[in-house]
Design a protein around this ligand. Sequence first.
Ligand SMILES: [Zn+2]
Ligand SMILES: [Zn+2]
Length: 404
Amino acid sequence: MKPILTRTNADNATRFALVGGTAILPDRLLENSYIEFTRGVLTRIGQVPKQFPKGLEVIDVTGKYLAPGWIDIHLHGGAGADFMDGTQRAIETAAHAHLRHGTTTMFPTTTTGSQESIMKMIQAVADASEGNDDGLPTLEGVHLYGPYFLPEKSGCHKKTGCRTPKRDEFESYFKTGWIRIATCAAELPGADAFYRAASKRGCLITCGHSDASWNEMAAAHKLGMSHVDHFWCAMSSVPSVRARLGSPMQGSMAEFVLAHSTMSTEVIADGFHLAPELLQFAWQIKGSKLLALVSDTSRALDMPPGQYTFGDPKEEVWIESTGKVGLNPTGGLASSVVALDHCVRHMAKVTKIPLYEIVRMATLTPAERTGIADTRGSLEKGKRSDVLVLNNKLNVERVFYCGN
Ligand SMILES: [Zn+2]
Ligand SMILES: [Zn+2]
């Protein structure tokens, strides 16, 4: 099923209203709703009025759910393209693939590629974002994810590409003005300088692919690190910290995140990375305001099962898509092959979390954590007209989105 895509801030966009659907608000469902949009902005929300304003296109969405457009803070590609391919075409291909699944704002994510290939990717995102008027979703900024990982926790990323942060290198990325999310393993030498620089740039600062102890997390947290990438994946545990630092046993990233209401995290809810009880547990402890859903999708999204490169093809890192999940050659997990719509459906299917909280985790929570909640993430007056029409199985039937 191909959803209908409608760009809402194009010059010829008319005023329209979605009438009769169940609107998914951050804290409840609003049945028989009326939502009006004017030139890319939500201008009215409430119950269906007796009379509609003149000159308004009325779209009947009775029996449908309405959700804000998904916001994905961790994704690598789709439809055969990886953002690290580093061409405008690849960026557009991957972004369009996610748009068809309802993701209207995204943060293309780097790998442990070379400095040159990361710079090329950032430039390509800028080119795609600025050079397009044929309706791309919003590329809000780049998630500088690799290369500052602990090699022992590299996951499917090229181990030899993992490195310690050096000022010359990371400042070259920050100077582009495109980095909005910045990841670094907290225990690496130089992490403190990286966190300070990222903090100055106003990034969401995260720790991932790391074996950090509680104390290392605490030091990083003081410097602005407030998020952990894909909880339970490629991160430390009490036994892993014990193996590195000895006894007494110390807290790890997991305990630090669960214990602090100033720390947020995210889960890959594709059904293959984490079992239902872990998804439920993460929400139970962190709540929907501090837990985001991410897709962590590779280029294998909407592609047949088979072998694919992960990241810059020149690096020759191969993963296998089973059609349901990505695997690395040793059988470990290597990214998902689904988008956020699948993650929302999976959460609704296997957990007991209220639907509005599940949707919040794919919309308002990532918006708040990345500082864009003033314009996105919920169906509220004054926000952008990024809105999805979902059927009763939560499949995306129609995507209204603001272009870049
Ligand atoms: Zn990762
Ligand atoms: Zn990833």
